[in-house]
Design a protein around this ligand. Structure first.
Ligand SMILES: [Zn+2]
Length: 253
């Protein structure tokens, strides 16, 4: 998830996961059809601010595309080295190494035998200051027939927001399809929240197999699921782990 000294929107308890499920079931947002917008021949490019965001944002979509023989490239914006800044148990260099390995293991669980990861190694927690570098790198690697997914640009975490903004700008310039996945939004927003563009939200139903692959992939991120130290909880709390088990993924079009 990234740095744990989190900005204003992301603090305290997450919005109750059950209240989201109830509201989403009533709201019945439009469905995305994978066949319509993600042909098997297309390259799916995931721009992930931190290791684990590719799973939390779109792990089921990746597993689905791999099953239909599609190619996947992960653009790893940072190595997530700042997630344990306030823990005495880890230094940043060790944590970056651990999280790169967890990312690789997680992607293997999504069906990628040799995951293609382009690591940009921007500084975790400081992507906002490196937005122009990120934009340039994306402009040089995206191709018009790619389908691109990143975090939503109003997700509430500066790294997620900048990644979303730069991915949208690069995709528009190159002419590729781009979707934005909310990750932290589910934490700070409430059902029907006026700050969220609900008419743009689409649901992608996952097969049982894709859902199971996603959960196995998330379990590989042990550094984020285990307590950071004797008196610091896990980075990923119960609500986000429960949301990762939903059989629908949500994207803003
Ligand atoms: Zn993150």
């Amino acid at each position: 998830m990234g740095a744990v000294d989190l900005p204003a929107l992301i603090h305290g308890e997450a919005t109750c996961e059950l209240s989201w499920r109830r509201w989403l079931a009533e709201t019945r947002c439009h469905e995305l059809s994978v066949q319509d917008w993600l042909p098997a021949r297309a390259r799916l490019v995931i721009v992930a601010p931190h290791p684990d965001d590719e799973i939390l944002a779109c792990g089921g979509l990746i597993a689905t595309h791999v099953t239909q023989g599609g190619r996947v490239l992960i653009v790893a914006v940072t190595d997530g080295e700042a997630s344990h800044n306030d823990s005495p148990s880890f230094n940043r260099e060790d944590l970056a190494y651990i999280r790169r390995h967890e990312r690789w293991l997680g992607l293997r669980h999504l069906g990628l035998s040799q995951p293609m990861v382009l690591a940009l190694a921007l500084e975790d927690g400081n992507v906002q200051q490196q937005g122009s570098v990120l934009l340039q790198r994306l402009m040089s690697l995206l191709q018009p027939d790619d389908v691109v997914v990143s975090t939503w640009e109003n997700d509430g975490h500066p790294d997620h927001d900048t990644t979303g903004q730069m991915t949208r700008r690069a995709s528009a310039a190159i002419g590729c399809a781009c979707l934005a996945a909310p990750v932290w939004m589910w934490h700070w927003a409430t059902p029907g929240d006026a700050r969220v563009p609900w008419p743009r939200l689409r649901g992608l139903p996952l097969s049982a197999a894709a859902g199971l692959h996603k959960q196995a992939a998330l379990a590989a991120h042990r550094s984020q699921l285990n307590p950071r130290s004797a008196d610091l909880g896990a980075v990923l709390g119960p609500a986000i782990v429960q949301r990762a088990a939903w059989r629908t993924e949500y994207y803003f079009i």
